[in-house]
Design a protein around this ligand. Structure first.
Ligand code: PLP
Length: 474
């Protein structure tokens, strides 16, 4: 036998064996043969005389050949091999040298979008950068810091953990959680100085009492339901709500807000009804002697389309990342998409005419193409529904993605024929291609993919950006 098979699939060649060690290969074999087929070698190496390999394994491990294999598996440290290598050197191997797919985030685009929207809404109106869901897949910490340096003053997140991550990375700006967290999370809000949205009396009172116990104020924003029917105190019950809770001295109403269900729709009637209800709710609070604090309602679509509902602050999410919330805003404001998706070719092959490619073989090679593989699949946000319906950009030219998109890889075809003013392309292993982005005159956008999929750009961006792909800032 030339080698010993280790149970993790690696093969050693010249390592000395510790005494009494029974190599798993001697027992189960490495070629599918059963232990009974190769008794002599195993029993000799085990040093147990004339037993069969099966008996040798049983004697050593107590449980037969299968048991021996299982034993080795359970007791070998999974990183045992790594111990021979310098851990610092291993760590130094960059993410982009480990797998050839990644997202790129252009922080200049984030700067441009923040300051463009800030100009659009005018002086005296604050900008909240909404960085929930890891900044829509763009990376919350870097995007928050960039936005705060480009005119944003406030941050919006969805969860307590998202807020804690920002604080732990030294982000100091006011942070609002855009819904009411569980009561059990209240200590975290106080410790990390994160404001909740509030709309139940139970939360308001417990939050206030916990703050009081620490000698702290309990700042919050009041969420008002004006028609979306997701969260918030009903628009005609805000005064009653405030009179129920405001006896508590620690409670500090810092802002009052609502959220539009249809700011991105062509139809505007529902939007107008929500606006009217919100203005009435704010007036009622003021009439009752309650200062509503920072009044805000607009998401990206409303901030761009309806400057008259900007009030004291707008909550900019999708627009910060350079994506339009709806087609109507395209002509209103100049945004730059921040995310692009990149890969390098891992395989190039000639596939004879009529042979299939990928699971299902729905695509058949026309013979005049090369098939290239890239390591990005639906586990990386390249949704399977895009199979055969998107292009990969190589050398500034669009190439059709072909065959079903797999979990971790997909294929595209490079047409080798030269026609029109097309250059002949020369795909090579290691060559960089674009899955989303622009090169020369060729462009594939997150909106293109969202349209094919029948979804919104938000979901596609988060699919790529919150996946296992590494992220690079440029
Ligand atoms: C997510 C969110 C926003 C941001 O919406 P965009 O359409 O991405 O601008 C604003 N307000 C609330 C309450 C949200 O949940």
């Amino acid at each position: 036998m030339a080698s010993d098979n280790l149970p993790n699939g690696f093969t050693g060649f010249s390592q000395r064996k510790p005494p009494g060690f029974v190599p798993a290969s001697g027992i189960v074999g490495n070629d599918g043969r059963g232990a009974a087929d190769m008794p002599a070698a195993a029993s000799r190496s085990a040093g147990v005389g004339a037993m069969s390999a099966y008996e040798a394994a049983a004697a050593t491990f107590g449980g037969g050949a299968q048991g021996a294999f299982q034993y080795a598996r359970d007791h070998a440290r999974p990183d045992a091999g790594a111990a021979q290598f310098d851990p610092d050197k291993l760590r130094m191997i960059p993410a982009l040298d480990r797998r050839w797919s990644w997202t790129e985030i252009d922080l200049n685009a984030i700067r441009h979008n923040a300051s463009t929207v800030k100009q659009h809404i005018g002086r005296g109106c604050r900008l909240m950068a909404v960085v929930k869901a890891d900044a829509y897949g763009h990376g919350a910490v870097r995007c928050a810091k960039t936005a705060l340096n480009s005119g944003a003053e406030y941050l919006g997140v969805a969860t307590v953990n998202e807020a804690v991550e920002l604080r732990e990375n030294l982000v100091n700006a006011p942070i609002l959680i855009l819904s009411e967290p569980p009561l059990s999370a209240i200590p975290l809000l106080l410790a990390y100085k994160v404001m909740p949205s509030v709309y139940t009396p139970e939360f308001a009172i417990q939050y206030a009492e916990a703050a009081d116990a620490f000698g702290l104020r309990a700042p919050y924003h009041l969420a008002v339901n004006t028609g979306m029917n997701r969260i918030g105190v009903r628009h005609d019950e805000v005064v009653a709500f405030m009179s129920q809770v405001s006896f508590h001295r620690a409670l500090d109403l810092v802002g009052t807000f609502t959220h539009f269900a249809t700011a991105d729709s062509a139809e505007t009637l529902d939007f107008q009804i929500q606006t009217k209800r919100f203005i009435e709710a704010i007036s009622a609070l003021r009439a009752a002697g309650v200062n509503p604090g920072i009044v805000h309602a607009a998401n990206s679509a409303a901030a761009m389309r309806y400057p008259d509902v900007s009030f004291d602050m707008v909550r900019l999410g999708i627009g910060l990342y350079g994506l339009h919330p709806c087609s109507q805003t395209r002509s209103m404001i100049d945004l730059r998409p921040a995310m692009s998706v990149h890969a390098r070719i891992t395989d190039v092959r000639t596939v004879p005419m009529s042979e299939g490619v990928s699971y299902g073989m729905n695509y058949r090679s026309p013979g005049s193409v090369k098939i290239c593989t890239i390591p990005i699949g639906y586990a990386d946000g390249l949704r399977r529904g895009l199979s055969g319906r998107t292009d990969i950009i190589m050398e500034g030219q669009r190439c059709h993605q072909v065959g079903n998109i797999c979990m971790d890889q997909c294929m595209f075809e490079v047409d080798l024929r030269v026609y029109g003013n097309r250059r002949r392309l020369d795909p090579q292993i290691g060559k960089e291609v674009l899955v989303v982005g622009r090169e020369g005159d060729s462009i594939v956008t997150l909106d293109d993919l969202a349209n094919v999929l029948g979804t919104i750009n938000y979901e596609v961006a988060i699919g790529f950006g919150c996946s296992r792909m590494p992220r690079v800032y440029v």
